[in-house]
Design a protein around this ligand. Structure first.
Ligand SMILES: [Zn+2]
Length: 119
């Protein structure tokens, strides 16, 4: 894995960059001393080399809506969104905002569950 460079992608770049952030509740009891983080909102912002001029809330001619939020089953819906067919894209780079500790476990756990119990 290479570090992110401080340059915009070239126009011919066929990569979709998706940044995600999640909010969780902590009401569900896991044990006597611990609660479980349950995601109740996942938001994504995305861009590609064609959408530099699109407004933050706008629509890119190539990759579509710049911002989206997922509420119902937010991690599943984000993973489904990331996996949807995009014939123009050679690669999708997903970057979690401030990911640490539980954030990435939630995504990995849900991805594993979807692998074994696809909806
Ligand atoms: Zn785009």
């Amino acid at each position: 894995m290479s570090p992110l460079k401080d340059v915009l992608p070239s126009v011919g770049d066929k990569v979709l960059y998706v940044f995600n952030d999640s909010e969780t509740t902590q009401n569900m009891r896991h044990s006597d001393k611990a609660t479980l983080h349950v995601p109740d909102l996942v938001s994504v912002q995305q861009f590609c080399s064609q959408g530099e001029d699109a407004e933050d809330c706008g629509v890119c001619v190539r990759c579509g809506q710049r911002k989206q939020s997922f509420w119902e089953d937010p991690v599943r819906d984000m993973l489904t969104y990331l996996c949807k067919p995009r014939p123009w894209a050679k690669k999708i780079v997903a970057i979690a905002h401030n990911a640490k500790a539980f954030d990435l476990h939630i995504i990995l756990n849900r991805a594993i569950m979807l692998k074994w119990k696809p909806n």
